[in-house]
Ligand binder design. Structure first.
Ligand code: BYC
Length: 474
């Protein structure tokens, strides 16, 4: 592996041997740094943050911890090591050697997939840029920044592919990734969820849990790709993704834990006056973020997805573990869809239903995490069960788009849904209440009233470790 640590861009893609690519990336880098200073974490750029940096893909290089200022983070390009004699694992080209270069006939589609993936990474940094000012602890602040710099690195990963394999139009797309802005009416990010606001830390933990988890499933599908550079890039990104999901799941779990503790102490479901967030509000946040994230999988029946699969560009989650023919010609899938006011199961070609197949894997994963949150509730001896809403609830994309479905899966009239929506998703008053709790806590070892401390610190550090120092004065 050729890593030249003295380079400005740490990498394991022999960048120093490729002058053309090096020049392209070095030309892009100032724009990236400009974007980071404009759209990255607001007010904290000169703080010292205890960060983990990937300097190589082996176990040691990848867990290097130390203080640094975020703009000095060494955003680098890392691909998982190549698998010798890797074969395309699915689709019409199954069994053929993987592509080391872009197959000409799939160039446009592949570029589009890479751009869509790449677009989410800076978008999430933009969505989260205000959060530092209301952090519930230094531990959480540090985790937020870790996630942010890694999303920046994931952008680098996709830009590397665009620069290295797509020539001039790749370079233009890489520029576009720095131009679009989350929530901007004229030039928004590509996918819906990445134009939503992340106004408070409960939203942030929900986003890191539900929306980053879409990232896990999409990256895992792209990690199967017959275009080997994409597969290897996504494999390495997945190792970073695990920490983001940990931040989300443990963050929500700690809020749930604190709420239950307050409920027990005050013998009441209403913990707002004691500085906690009621379980009923947490449930509404779950409903909101889960439904937004379900839309990210695209339409249930998708010729795009069928084409990606048949062409060998985007596989299924854990493709290799599946025992079918990996081509899906002639297979069917039982798909739920609304029909005349009811939700019915219909047989559909499996090839067309690949987005739904991936959504199924995601939903099963969300169910497992939900069970872990419910265990926190149960262990606290509180009578309450958190639930995931029905997959048709509040959807904008696909078969359920615009259909008024309740969390328990009943189709109702649009007016009734509008009348009752305050039972299911956070009201303005509830959002304002959550916002009112968002007071920064920056004393090492202390945590906001609405969230329990984590079990342990990062990298075996004690909880009162100064995870971020040199904070701006309030
Ligand atoms: N919003 O056949 P359809 C992550 C568009 S998250 C807006 O239904 P397809 C991360 C679609 O583009 C992972 N538009 O869907 C998480 C198409 O447009 P055109 C991101 C949408 O193409 C947290 C039309 O509707 N990675 O990494 O099969 C923090 C019909 O398309 C949406 C990827 O998404 C939507 N929700 O699948 C940081 C992987 N859904 O052609 C990072 C790459 C669909 O009519 N992307 N549309 O203009 C893909 O694989 C596919 O593009 C999708 C959609 C799965 C997103």
């Amino acid at each position: 592996m050729s890593i030249n640590y003295s380079e400005r861009i740490p990498n394991n893609v022999s960048l120093s041997d490729d002058r053309r690519l090096q020049r392209a990336l070095e030309a892009w880098q100032p724009g990236f740094l400009q974007w980071w200073s404009e759209m990255g974490p607001e007010s904290f750029q000169s703080c010292d943050v205890y960060l983990r940096t990937a300097t190589s893909t082996d176990a040691q290089g990848w867990a290097t911890f130390g203080y640094m200022k975020m703009p000095d983070y060494r955003w680098g390009i890392f691909l998982a090591e190549p698998e010798p004699d890797r074969r395309i694992p699915f689709g019409e080209h199954k069994g053929e050697p993987v592509w080391r270069e872009v197959p000409g006939e799939h160039r446009g589609v592949l570029r589009r997939l890479i751009v869509t993936q790449g677009d989410t990474e800076p978008a999430s940094v933009e969505q989260q840029r205000h959060l530092g000012k209301t952090c519930p602890s230094l531990y959480d602040l540090r985790n937020l920044f870790q996630v942010n710099v890694e999303e920046g690195r994931h952008l680098w990963a996709m830009v590397y592919l665009l620069h290295a394999y797509f020539g001039r139009d790749g370079r233009e797309e890489a520029e576009g990734l720095l131009q679009r802005r989350s929530g901007n009416a004229d030039n928004p990010r590509i996918l819906g969820a990445f134009n939503e606001k992340t106004p408070d830390w409960l939203s942030y933990f929900m986003f890191a849990h539900f929306t980053d988890r879409d990232g896990k499933y999409q990256l895992a599908s792209l990690a199967e790709s017959g275009f080997d550079p994409l597969a290897r890039t996504c494999r390495f990104m997945l190792t970073e993704e695990a920490h983001h999901l940990f931040v989300g799941e443990s963050g929500v779990g700690r809020v749930v834990g604190r709420t239950c503790q307050l409920m027990r102490a005050h013998n009441s479901f209403a913990v707002g006056e004691h500085g906690g967030i009621d379980l009923s509000i947490i449930q509404k946040y779950i409903n909101f973020h889960y439904s937004v994230s379900l839309d990210l999988f695209g339409s249930e029946l998708s010729t795009n997805a069928a084409n990606y699969f048949s062409a060998g560009l985007k596989g299924r989650f854990k493709e290799a573990d599946r025992t079918d023919d990996h081509r899906l010609t002639g297979s069917s899938y039982s798909l739920l869809k609304p029909d005349n006011g009811k939700i019915i199961a219909t047989e559909q070609p499996a090839l067309l239903a690949l987005n739904e197949t991936l959504r199924d894997s995601y939903i099963a994963d969300c169910e497992r995490a939900l069970a872990r949150w419910n265990k926190i509730v149960k262990d606290a001896e509180v009578e309450f069960e958190l639930k995931l809403p029905h997959r048709g609830f509040r959807r904008s994309i696909g078969e359920f788009g615009g259909v008024s479905v309740t969390p328990d899966g009943q189709i109702i009239a649009a007016e009734e849904w509008q009348r009752r929506k305050s039972e299911w998703i956070p009201t303005e008053t509830e959002r304002e209440f959550v916002a009112s709790l968002m007071k920064p806590v920056t004393t090492p070892g202390q945590f906001a009233s609405w969230i329990a401390p984590p079990l342990r610190g990062i990298n075996h550090q004690p909880l009162d470790f100064e995870f971020v120092s040199g904070l701006p004065s309030a």
